[in-house]
Design a protein around this ligand. Structure first.
Ligand code: IVH
Length: 673
């Protein structure tokens, strides 16, 4: 049904494109065309399985078309058969022995738990990086992959003229932990494990953000016509000499007992590695022998993966509690009988959201399996239903805030429940104040969460602006505070008046406005007044500001209480506009110009162009009007914009001309991530 609908829309739109572009005789209005196109985009987004690189949605420069180019793999990217026990490894060994009927070596490697990538080099230069996709074709993510420092862009030594090399892109634990810490601070959904974080990062549109995520890569498989060695291990050694990062955890084994030794050693030792691994890969070393063994439909007969057991434990679910965060997000937490799991005692596990609870069919008193897989926070993976002799109450997600009693809400498309009582729910008020004084925000010394709690209990603080109204005598009267701390707090408040505007925007604690977004907003709007008045359309026109953020900013400034808070902060002397130097530091090549971006580009992404416009003093606008200075026009510009531009006499500027205009280091960015 859906498939037919998508296909019929595609045919219809193609016909209209033809009528418009070839025949110059459109039969529908641009408005109708755009409406149908949007309908198709929505259907395609909801049904990625019907993706077609030739769909009309793929040619227009619409903002919602993300999309990487799809590329066919020269050699399909197969997966490996999985084994979970020594017995199965032995079976594999026997199969290979029988299949070859001669001596053979197995190369043991670690199975890195990231996202696989295929790199093509021609004349020693990286020309293409493609994800696995469905195994036959994947996404061309070359621009993003080029940001990964351990992947050489140019090789040295004696490399073949043309070859492919495959490996795994990984997010190191340390980067993963830091990223999740930041996301937690912003109350953004956490990445479940480094694998998801790595593949999510690789699919980002902005390669600068990718660069900031510090991905790493190990390569483990060389393919091509003229490889230097007949041995897999020989090719890896050669690849190492050309400049690739090849794992040192490799062993050539001549017997099953050597394989077992490798497995047992790394099952323990892998916990000390900087990246996640989930098993061992065994490969027949000789390439002629690999060829002799061949492939099944899905995987090679000459290789297999052995997966490490996820560590799990069985324990009792005693209760579920609910935590309310700074933005009102409610997180369910399972309270468990303490149990030992990979060296630590586990008492609590996150249940994430209502859907997870429902999916597990949890009842109080259930015996549950807790696992620490590639995740940091233990999770409940299953209920041992056989152990249910007396069934307890079914766990039902709460309907009201556990802190203030307000009915919870759930936004469309989001898994989390929120308490909407932003300005009167205690943990939200306190959370907002803690955020406001935190190091990356106003950095007010002397005001930790305990002090905030104390001041809140004593009715001295209700709102972030109250912080500046605190009086020394009131403070020093409090039992646990004293005069010295009171003076400290006051000095901290005074100092915070120098904190730059972009951090003040961050400190306000607008939902979804993290450090980076706050900076973007500050640079785009320059003063708090301009930000207060910004419309949804003006906000989404800014590079990297999506609809979710724009809506949240509009909502924030629509609330008179927030406006009052901001006014109070303004009156005590906080920085409410971008400093002169920062205004100056920005380029001026496009100063005062309103620019519309349309079409697709070959040198940079749309978001990079949007950022360039802002960095050079220009303003991004969404639709063409008589006030538009020019259109930065790529390939396949939308027909409506083109027509409007012509009728209003708005100039089109192509990509190369534009780059000339902003010649002074278009991508240098002092506020990079
Ligand atoms: S070799 C034809 N070696 O595990 C053999 N794969 O299901 C190609 N992986 O898709 C794979 N570490 O993403 C190989 N040392 C390693 C690996 C490895 C991780 C991943 C890879 C592959 C999956 C197997």
């Amino acid at each position: 049904m859906i498939k037919e609908q998508i296909e019929s829309l595609r045919r219809e739109l193609e016909q209209h494109n033809y009528n418009y572009y070839v025949l110059s005789a459109p039969t529908i209005t641009d408005f109708e065309f755009d409406a149908r196109l949007r309908q198709l985009q929505e259907l395609e987004a909801a049904h990625p399985e019907f993706f077609d690189p030739n769909s009309p949605t793929q040619r227009v420069g619409s903002d919602s078309v993300s999309g990487f180019k799809q590329v066919s793999h020269v050699y399909p990217m197969l997966s490996l058969g999985n084994t979970y026990s020594e017995g199965e490894v032995q079976d594999f060994y026997e199969r290979v022995r029988k299949g070859l009927n001669e001596d053979f070596e197995l190369v043991c490697e670690l199975k890195y738990d990231g996202t696989s990538i295929s790199l093509t080099y021609e004349d020693g230069v990286l020309v293409r990086a493609v994800t696995r996709g469905d195994g036959d074709k994947g996404d061309d993510v070359t621009t993003n992959v080029k940001t990964i420092r351990s992947i050489p862009l140019r090789l040295h030594g004696d490399y073949p003229a043309s070859f492919e090399i495959r490996g795994e892109i990984l997010m190191p634990w340390s980067v993963f932990d830091e990223l999740n810490r930041e996301r937690e601070e912003q109350e953004e959904p956490l990445f479940v494990n480094p694998r998801n974080a790595a593949s999510g990062t690789l699919k980002l549109q902005n390669s600068k953000v990718v660069a900031s995520r510090k991905l790493d890569a190990y390569l483990y498989y060389v393919l091509g016509e003229n490889l230097p060695s007949d041995l897999h291990s020989g090719n890896l050694a050669a690849a190492h000499s050309w400049g690739f990062k090849i794992s040192e955890a490799i062993k050539i084994c001549k017997s099953l007992s050597e394989v077992t030794e490798f497995i047992n050693y790394w099952d323990i030792e892998r916990k000390n590695l900087p990246v996640a691994t989930d098993g061992i890969v065994l490969k027949v070393n000789s390439i002629p022998q690999q060829r002799a063994l061949g492939y099944t439909a899905k995987s090679p007969r000459w290789a297999i993966a052995y997966k490490f057991q996820a560590e799990k434990a069985l324990t009792r679910l005693n209760s579920v509690s609910y935590q309310v965060g700074r933005t009102g997000a409610v997180t369910p937490v399972a309270n468990l009988d303490p149990v030992q799991l990979s060296g630590t005692t586990v008492k609590r596990a996150s249940l994430h959201n209502a859907d997870i609870i429902e999916g597990l069919d949890l009842h109080i008193g259930d015996m549950v399996f807790v696992e620490k897989g590639g995740e940091i926070i233990p999770k409940i993976t299953a209920v041992d239903k056989d152990a249910r002799f007396m069934i307890g109450d079914k766990v039902k997600f709460i309907k009201n805030c556990p802190e203030c009693g307000t009915a919870l809400v759930r936004f469309e498309g989001e898994a989390a429940h929120y308490c909407p009582n932003e300005n009167a729910c205690p943990p939200q008020i306190k959370g907002k104040m803690e955020h406001f004084v935190s190091r990356k925000a106003m950095n007010i010394d002397g005001l930790g969460s305990e002090t905030i709690n104390l001041l809140y209990q004593n009715s001295l603080l209700h709102n972030i602006a109250d912080i500046y109204a605190l009086k020394i005598p009131d403070l020093s009267r409090l039992e646990r505070l004293g005069t010295k701390s009171a003076y400290n707090i006051q000095a901290g408040c005074e100092k915070s008046k120098e904190v730059p505007f972009e951090r003040v925007v961050f400190a306000l604690g607008i939902r979804f406005v993290g450090e980076t977004i706050a900076k973007k907003l500050a640079y785009a709007f320059k003063t708090i007044e301009a930000l207060e008045q910004a419309t949804f359309d003006e906000l989404v026109a800014v590079a990297e500001i999506g609809e979710r953020i724009a809506q949240s900013v509009v909502l924030y400034f629509n609330d008179p209480l927030n406006i009052e808070t901001v006014n109070r902060l303004k009156s005590v002397g906080l920085q409410m506009s971008l400093s002169e130097e920062k205004l100056q530091a920005h380029g001026t090549a496009l100063s005062g110009l309103s620019i519309v971006i349309s079409g697709t580009f070959s040198h940079h992404s749309r978001d990079e162009y949007k950022a360039m416009i802002e960095r050079n003093g220009g303003k991004n606008v969404g639709s063409v009007s008589s006030k538009t200075s020019f259109i930065l026009a790529g390939e396949n510009m939308g027909p409506e914009k083109l027509k409007k531009a012509e009728s209003l006499g708005v100039k089109l500027v192509d990509e190369d001309t534009f780059l000339e205009m902003v010649k002074a280091e278009p991508l240098s960015d002092e506020d990079g991530e």
